[in-house]
Design a protein around this ligand. Structure first.
Ligand SMILES: CC(C)(COP(=O)(O)OP(=O)(O)OC[C@H]1O[C@@H](n2cnc3c(N)ncnc32)[C@H](O)[C@@H]1OP(=O)(O)O)[C@@H](O)C(=O)NCCC(=O)NCCS
Length: 216
């Protein structure tokens, strides 16, 4: 089951191995050599893929449904965070060099929805990124008339999301933007600007930022 630094469970329909609980025909590929240690993986359904060639430490992956994919690309680093998909044909993607601190949540539910994190994006600690409200709201007793459909979240390249921030469904944050600490983002954020507050609003434009620690 462990081949060249990857663990592959595709041919094993039921795997209950330590922190891995995989029920169904699914594919898990975790590059072992550089990280991906002590992760908890729970998958129920078929044709789901969880793949990480980045470094993911002490995180939880929970996928319930079919044809979903979580993909963490090269040079990403993720610390004890949670990835949840409940639905079908949903995706969570971390592009190259993106990082995520402790205690973050990435949640996608429904059909065909996604959270996409762009290259070199920096997500601080305790950030919540929710592409779904988790529970349906409907009006006038009509359960077919759901008013809070799930929606995609697209975070562009080189975005900095401050600690304890929240990003809600149907939001695009464009490249080089900054989300201030403890902000709640409910609408699209233009490129190269700072947004703060609840709901987050623009307080500065024409900015950029760098990942290395501040010296002034
Ligand atoms: C977003 C941030 C980087 C902006 O810094 P800055 O450019 O120096 O901004 P300022 O301090 O000049 O603030 C600009 C305005 O936004 C307000 N503001 C700043 N951050 C805010 C926040 N998180 N929530 C609400 N308002 C905020 C300020 O009160 C100020 O309002 P005013 O113009 O009415 O006086 C900074 O406020 C911040 O949130 N830093 C923390 C980032 C973080 O999470 N770091 C953890 C490690 S990754």
């Amino acid at each position: 089951m462990f081949i060249l630094g990857f663990s592959i469970s595709k041919r094993y329909p039921f795997v209950h191995l330590g922190n891995w609980h995989i029920d169904g025909r699914n594919t898990i590929r975790m590059k072992w050599k550089f990280g991906n240690r002590h992760n908890k993986i729970v998958v129920r359904g078929h044709n789901n893929i969880i793949e990480s060639i980045g470094k993911v430490y002490e995180s939880t992956f929970r996928v319930i449904g079919d044809n979903n994919k979580i993909n963490i690309l090269h040079n990403c680093k993720i610390l004890d965070s949670s990835f949840v998909i409940i639905g079908n044909q949903c995706n969570i993607t971390f592009q190259e060099k993106s990082t995520c601190g402790h205690g973050c949540w990435f949640v996608v539910m429904g059909n065909g929805h996604h959270i996409s994190i762009g290259q070199d994006t920096m997500i601080s600690d305790d950030v919540d990124i929710w592409a779904s409200d988790s529970h349906a709201i409907f009006k006038d007793g009509n359960e077919a008339d759901v008013i809070n459909l799930s929606g995609d979240i697209d975070i562009g390249a080189h975005v900095w999301i401050g600690k304890k921030s929240v990003v809600l469904k149907n939001v695009r944050i464009n490249e080089n933007a900054i989300v201030g600490i403890a902000s709640v983002v409910t609408k699209d954020v233009p490129a190269n600007c700072i947004v703060v507050g609840n709901p987050a609003h623009v307080v500065n434009v024409g900015i950029n930022w760098e990942r290395s620690h501040i010296k002034v």
